[in-house]
Ligand binder design. Sequence first.
Ligand code: PHE
Length: 355
Amino acid sequence: MSDIKKIKDEYLAKINNNHNLDNLNQIKSELFGKNGIIALEFKKIGSISANEKKQFATNLNLIKDELQIALNKGFKTIEAKEINSKLQNEKLDITLPERNFNQGKVHPVSQVIDEISSIFSEIGFSVEEGPDVENEYNNFTALNTPDNHPARDMHDTFYLDKKKEYLLRTHTSPVQVRTMNNGKPPFKIIAPGRTYRSDSDQTHAPMFHQVEGLHIDKNINMGHLKGCLNYFIKEFFEVKKIKMRFRPSHFPFTEPSAEVDIGYEIKDGNIVIGEGDKWLEILGCGMVHPNVLKNVKVDPKKYQGYAFGIGIDRLGMLKYGINDLRAFFETDYRWLNHFGFDPLDVPSNYRGLSR
Ligand code: PHE
């Protein structure tokens, strides 16, 4: 018994004098390891006479607890010392300049597409998409624009192969063909997206954006077209009244066809949409040509309707006072920062489509 008492005193002294983590861990394994001193002492119990056994075991347990408590205290002291020295040495340098934090902005074109989609979805249009790379059939032939039709030249098409089978779509109208080929009437869709024509100046870029609209049902007429566009323009520009003018025009895929102008005036150097005596062209539209309906296996005697194609970039330029279309696509960080939208800033006519 005196043996173990000696061990205890020796180790208590070691523990109390040691304020180093490695040493303390070493002591811990010497004492409490699998073949440590305490384990060996417990093994002795088997060879001790019956009347001493109980006393021996009780003592051993007491010593074991005492050493354990001292050891834990030792670890705690070291931990506290380390935290204190960290607090002392690692002072926060508040003179250091903060790190740059750049928040992204929503591009005005994405913003305008969101606004347009949410306005049309409110009146029952769903949103469709089509690929930028189209075949010549969907872009032209199915839309009643056969080979050698002058409209093909008008579009300044980017062809992708010598045979002219594939091209970058020149308008979003091929989504009409795709939608009607893949479903059954009625159809009520819009299709926003990128379009391409070989053209570039202050108001034209070789890549630009359109939104197609298509509404086909049993009794749809030009009055519906007018009402729908009038509603959309008022909602988009957030005005109560809008001056609109339907000018007769020609598109191979609509009959009759029209181009739509909206009234505006310049007040204090700013463009004001809705009133005034100046006109600005913003879209093409018309009643879908019976040949187009036949091409997509819709019976023109039962179904008819309207289609329109709106220039998205033009709308964005007007609403947000941006005067050079090319700036949209130059990815100038300063420009994006100025004209871009805060992702969390919800516009007043935004109705909850997800970005
Ligand atoms: N696709 C035509 C264009 O790009 C616009 C349009 C669409 C006209 C639908 C009529 C109907 O010029």
